[in-house]
Ligand binder design. Structure first.
Ligand code: CMP
Length: 140
């Protein structure tokens, strides 16, 4: 087993409905530790930069508009196999396919307003964490 970190974003549909505490409770109950956290209001350019890997996708512009429509909470989560573990806790991208008890099954509104983002690989986790946090802001 490997102690790992992953980048999490609680999306604007979570902050709009005041669900930050409930989502954080699910994260912590799963055994992941929140070792850094801050609330931000992304600009459109920041959202486009963060999601640049999806720039060619049909949903890219709508996704970026949604991500800057309200505050987000960005976090670093730490735990054993944190990347894969958090993806299980989040559930499938489309909440219609998300397993019972997952964050997206319980809280997501749609495939776009799907409540949470989590890094999809250890390599991307490092890139995404560095996008939002300096080393000083991560307290393990
Ligand atoms: P996320 O894990 O943040 O990564 C990219 C996001 O694009 C994804 O969650 C969804 O919220 C969003 N998205 C919107 N439409 C689609 C789609 N058709 N397929 C995949 N992701 C989509």
């Amino acid at each position: 087993m490997t102690l790992q970190r992953t980048l999490s974003i609680l999306k604007p549909d979570v902050t709009r409905r005041h669900l930050t505490g409930k989502v954080n409770a699910k994260i912590e109950e799963s055994g992941l530790r929140i070792v850094a956290q801050k609330r931000l209001h992304l600009s459109k350019v920041q959202a486009q930069l963060f999601y640049a890997v999806h720039a060619e996708r049909a949903f890219f512009n709508d996704l970026c508009d949604f991500m800057c429509a309200g505050p987000v909470v960005v976090q670093v989560l730490e735990g054993e196999n944190a990347v894969a573990h958090y993806r299980e806790v989040m559930g499938a991208t489309n909440p219609a396919n998300a397993a019972e008890g997952t964050i997206r099954r319980d809280f997501a509104e749609s495939i776009e307003a799907n409540s949470v983002h989590g890094s999809d690989s250890a390599e991307n986790a490092q890139i995404e964490i560095a996008f939002f946090f300096s080393q000083l802001e991560i307290v393990g």
